[in-house]
Design a protein around this ligand. Structure first.
Ligand SMILES: Nc1ncnc2c1ncn2[C@@H]1O[C@H](COP(=O)(O)OP(=O)(O)OP(=O)(O)O)[C@@H](O)[C@H]1O
Length: 264
């Protein structure tokens, strides 16, 4: 029986992730299985050090899986060339930007690199797509600023616009809300939700903002020591998944409000 869902964009099959060391393999997580649907906002959560970045790096082909398969649009990630991958998947990382001397426009236009010639000249279609990326994220006023002049929140929006300019089916963000205040954490995740609705793109992000992810995501992937589960947030709540996420000495999950509380 073919159990493949028609709208699947990214699928992990019996995936084992981790690192090759001198002593052998350090398995960080294994038996990971999920099917992510097109057009959804998907949050990846779990405790510090559980392996969220390792999983994201495996899904974006920055590091190889120890075993198992990742399928992007039905094709094994291993057989997708770097150029083809850059046309299907864009990445927003929080690491310090090396090109902070660029203007915001130049940085966002760089998103078009998989489609431009070696000098990087933009066609009128490229310019239109870059303009659309500015509009979607609502940052036209930042156009001529240098990237080193931006606040963390502004830089995050610019990096999201760069990914939109790359015009891929899926955008992957590693902890996009780090360094942001409460308002801007909510702002960025709400923006990601809006972008999935307006563009039909799939957005997968890792985060420690579990309460916000529960409110905004269509699907969440939860990494735990025992296994990795994924489902709609309401189903994960009713299965008691969040209660088992952290040691219960300090915080507890309140099913009614869908949020964590500090124990008094
Ligand atoms: N290059 C590496 N070589 C070996 N082990 C690594 C490497 N990078 C990370 N690890 C280990 O992999 C495990 C998972 O780390 P990872 O950064 O993926 O977790 P995380 O869930 O993203 O954590 P955090 O929420 O703290 O950012 C940790 O035990 C970490 O020490």
């Amino acid at each position: 029986m073919n159990t493949k869902k028609p709208n699947t964009i990214l699928k992990a099959k019996n995936l084992s992730i981790g690192y090759k060391t001198k002593k052998g393999e350090a398995v960080i997580s294994q038996n990971i299985n999920f099917e992510l649907e097109k057009g959804q906002l998907i949050g990846l959560v779990g405790a510090n050090g559980i392996g969220k970045s390792t999983l994201l790096r495996t899904l974006i082909k920055v590091q190889p899986a120890l075993s198992g398969t990742v399928l992007l649009n039905d094709t094994d990630l291993k057989s997708i060339s770097s150029l083809d991958l850059a046309k299907q998947l864009s990445i927003v990382l929080t690491e310090a930007l090396t090109s902070k001397n660029l203007s915001v426009y130049e940085l966002i236009a760089l998103g078009r690199h998989p489609y431009t010639n070696w000098v990087g000249s933009l066609t009128s279609k490229d310019i239109e797509i870059v303009k659309n990326a500015f509009n979607l994220v609502n940052i036209s006023e930042l156009r001529n600023k240098k990237c080193y002049e931006l606040s963390d929140g502004q830089l995050q929006k610019v990096m999201i616009a760069r990914a939109l300019a790359q015009d891929t089916d899926i955008i992957v963000l590693d902890e996009p809300t780090t360094h942001l205040d409460m308002y801007h954490k909510a702002y960025i995740l709400k923006l990601l939700q809006k972008l999935t609705k307006e563009t039909g793109k799939t957005i997968l992000f890792s985060s420690h903002e579990i309460d916000l992810a529960i409110q905004l995501c269509d699907t969440m992937i939860v990494m735990r020591n025992e296994n990795v589960v994924y489902d709609q947030p309401c189903n994960l709540i009713s299965q008691g998944v969040f209660e088992s996420l952290f040691p219960d000495d300090l915080i507890s999950f309140d099913n009614t409000s869908g949020s964590f509380r500090v124990k008094k």
